[in-house]
Design a protein around this ligand. Structure first.
Ligand SMILES: Nc1ncnc2c1ncn2[C@@H]1O[C@H](COP(=O)(O)OP(=O)(O)OP(=O)(O)O)[C@@H](O)[C@H]1O
Ligand SMILES: [Mg+2]
Length: 460
């Protein structure tokens, strides 16, 4: 596989391939990568079995626990990019118990369906793209040379048969000429008049945005909202964008898309629940009623229930749930017992070591160092980091985490910002002079801060 290409999305990754892909972005955490890779593959294995057997094989949900800033959320983000299964990442803290103000837990399933709809829709759009393009070209030609401008309808009324066909032939000839010019891109700036539909902005009801409205309410309101059709002059380039969308819409079967999307959710959907530890009730606080309630509401969804969405009912029995949390204050054992039981695969993520920090700085695709190099590179300034500079940075990061608060790899962000503060400010005026960042450069700018506990508390 090409090093620089993002891997194509698919579901049929083998465990080894999944791990290899995740390795490109995330350092260490092998146990978590393995668990995720196996679970993902198990979905595919299940899909190969006879239907009667499929129904009995429940997904093995994963619970990831580990300190802050060690890659839990990052794993989810990368997995999302890898898989072409419907996928959403949600934060448990966003939800409140049914009846309280806020989002109800079931809305995560509705989000999953929306995600699946866009996946399925994108595939379907690809399928009809050629046809939509052809129809768009015809409509653009209609706009560029309306038929009436060449052959007047009067002539046919007067019974001028041969005149009529001559007009038609002339029209076809100019149409073909325009077609050639259109294809060569010579007409892009020309203006044409067309009807453009503009839907009024979604209204707010009781302070709740449209996306929070349940089930079919949103669709209902959309129907009520006036559609403004206006005749406007637009360039051919703009007209093409509008027409392609209209033609694509006409070619797509919304009911089939919805049905396929629901099927995809039910058999392949993955819901990543982040910050699950934050819904553990701690004693004697008011918010706990709601936290415990969130766990209680979560239970049936994870166990398998049917959730109503505006596209239809979704059975959640075979949706894969991956939950993650730092579990600083509570332990997984403090989740409701029934809920614990639904997450049989437990993975611990490791604290990051100084060596991990070195690797995180440099190895992952689009690593922090390469991001800064690219950013400053836009000013024509080439920045290089020597290996002893990297080592020193990792050491400072690790040390600061030990001395103050351990925020994992996030510490590297604050350290690098501090290190490059001067360069970030001045790069625009450096007229392309290259900069080498070595251990001395790092020490100069960071030693005072990193070695003083009070200073580093405030600055880093
Ligand atoms: N193992 C790792 N490899 C590469 N980058 C990492 C790793 N761990 C963390 N990072 C970087 O640190 C940042 C924070 O990591 P992440 O969001 O995954 O933390 P988390 O484990 O979810 O922490 P929290 O419990 O606070 O949510 C990410 O942007 C990521 O780039
Ligand atoms: Mg996180």
């Amino acid at each position: 596989m090409n090093e620089n290409q993002p891997a194509p999305k698919r579901t049929a990754w083998t465990p080894r391939e999944t791990v290899a892909e995740l390795d490109r972005y995330i350092v260490g955490q092998d146990q978590a990568k393995r668990a995720i890779a196996i679970t993902v593959r198990n979905r595919w294995r299940r899909s190969q079995l006879p239907e009667a057997m499929q129904a009995d094989i429940a997904p093995k949900n994963i619970l990831m626990a580990g300190p802050t800033g060690v890659g839990k959320t990052e794993l989810a983000r990368r997995l999302a990019k890898l898989t072409d299964a419907p996928f959403v990442k949600v934060e448990a803290t966003k939800y409140t118990e049914v009846g309280y103000y806020g989002r109800d837990v079931e809305s995560m399933v509705r989000d999953l369906v929306e995600n699946a709809i866009s996946l399925v829709r994108a595939q379907a759009e690809e399928h009809v793209a050629d046809k939509a393009d052809r129809q768009t070209e015809e409509r653009l030609l209609d706009l560029l040379i309306p038929r009436s401008s060449v052959s007047s309808s009067l002539s046919s009324d007067l019974g001028g048969g041969s005149e009529q066909s001559e007009d038609d032939a002339r029209y076809e000839r100019s149409r073909e000429k325009f077609r050639v010019m259109l294809r060569e891109g010579l007409m892009e700036e020309k203006t044409v008049e067309m009807n453009v539909t503009a839907r009024s902005a979604p209204m707010m009801i009781g302070g709740v945005g449209m996306e929070n409205l349940d089930v079919d309410m949103q669709g209902m309101f959309e129907k009520f909202m006036p559609k403004n059709t206006k005749r406007r002059a637009v360039t051919v380039a703009e007209a093409r964008k509008i027409i392609v969308m209209e033609e694509t819409d006409k070619l797509l079967d919304d009911d089939k898309i919805a049905a396929d999307a629901i099927e995809a959710c039910q058999t392949n959907g993955i819901i990543f629940i982040d910050e699950i530890d934050k819904v553990i009730a701690s004693e004697g606080k008011n918010a706990d009623v709601s936290r415990q309630g969130v766990q209680r509401d979560l239970l049936p969804i994870v166990e398998g229930t049917s959730v109503q969405t505006k596209h239809g009912h979704v059975k959640t029995d075979h949706i894969l749930f991956i939950a993650a949390g730092a579990f600083h204050h509570g332990r997984p054992a403090e989740l409701m017992p029934e809920l614990q039981g639904r997450f049989p695969i437990r993975v611990e993520l490791d604290e990051l070591t100084k060596e991990d920090f070195e690797r995180i700085l440099t190895e992952p695709k689009n690593s922090l160092i390469s991001q800064y190099q690219a950013l400053i590179g836009t000013e024509g300034v080439q920045v290089t980091f020597t290996s002893d500079a990297i080592e020193r940075l990792a050491e400072y990061g690790y040390q600061t985490n030990q001395m103050t608060q351990n925020i994992g790899a996030r510490r590297l962000y604050t350290i690098l910002e501090q290190l490059l503060d001067e360069l970030n400010f001045e790069a625009s005026e450096m007229a392309g002079a290259p900069v080498e960042i070595n251990a001395a450069y790092v020490k100069d700018r960071l030693a005072d801060i990193c070695e003083d506990e009070d200073l580093s508390r405030f600055i880093l």
